[in-house]
Design a protein around this ligand. Structure first.
Ligand code: CIR
Length: 253
């Protein structure tokens, strides 16, 4: 169960965020509204939400998930793989000291975007991507092991991050799409396969028994409901224009 979340208000500069989506320029006012609805949804899942101020220097800084891995017994601030995002970790690191006695850091040249890390109980799956390097993943696994957890890597090449294509819903249920559907590393899970046309629904989030899912994916939504979860649909269109989604917008711990 999670009790807290950290989010960061989108900056006006989000129009300059990194993107490959080809979905057009995000609308700042709409992004702010969607972000407020996202916070309300987190609160409705019984989370106490800390909202960080917008930082105009960092166009992608609302995608706060990438900046840290938060486990019950350890906190690790990442070194994001995109140079333009590396400064985002400074304020996150300061804030995390309010919640954790010790905050570790991934050191360069290693890079990690925590959007590449999926927690499954005491184990973390770490995607090796354009953003997360072997060195970064290996540093992360060392920190995890020191805190009594374990980690393993799997390479990805299609999506930006591991969790762009996969989400763990607890109880061995795994939502999976694209290149990860048939991966042997994930074969032990009860896999809920998401079709290509609804692939953005794979970036859904389990919070205390409920699942947040992006609007407009009726098949994915139905499959998740059928498993007994209560589903909260949220429009994150302005963040999808920047290759982001529901999980990217918060740190949950
Ligand atoms: C980026 O390219 O870094 C941002 N435009 C999107 C980050 C999305 N984060 C995530 O999937 N965890």
């Amino acid at each position: 169960m999670f009790s807290k979340a950290i989010v960061r208000t989108p900056p006006k500069s989000l129009v300059d965020g990194i993107t490959t989506a080809g979905l057009g320029e995000p609308d700042y006012a709409l992004a702010l509204r969607q972000h407020r609805q996202y916070i309300e949804a987190l609160e409705s899942c019984e989370l106490e939400v800390t909202v960080m101020d917008a930082d105009e220097r960092y166009a992608d800084s609302m995608f706060v998930e990438d900046t840290a891995l938060l486990m019950p017994r350890c906190a690790v601030v990442t070194n994001p793989g995109a140079r333009s995002r590396q400064g985002e970790v400074v304020e996150i690191s300061t804030l995390l000291r309010e919640f954790y006695d010790q905050v570790d850091s991934i050191l360069p040249p290693g890079t990690v975007d925590a959007g590449d890390i999926m927690m499954v109980g005491d184990h973390c799956y770490i995607g090796l991507s354009e953003r997360t390097s072997t060195d970064g993943a290996s540093q992360m696994i060392t920190y995890l092991q020191a805190a009594g957890y374990s980690g393993s890597t799997l390479s990805i090449s299609e999506a930006l991050h591991l969790k762009s294509s996969v989400a763990y819903l607890e109880n061995n249920n795994l939502v999976v799409s694209g290149e990860l559907v048939d991966r042997p590393e994930l074969s032990g899970f009860n896999r809920i396969e998401i079709e290509h046309s609804e692939r953005r629904a794979a970036n859904c989030v389990w919070i205390n028994g409920r699942v947040l899912i992006a609007t407009g994916h009726p098949h994915a939504s139905e499959k998740i409901r059928t498993l007994g979860y209560s589903v909260i649909e949220l429009d994150v269109s302005e963040f999808e224009k920047l290759d982001g989604g529901l999980s990217c917008l918060s740190l949950r711990f």
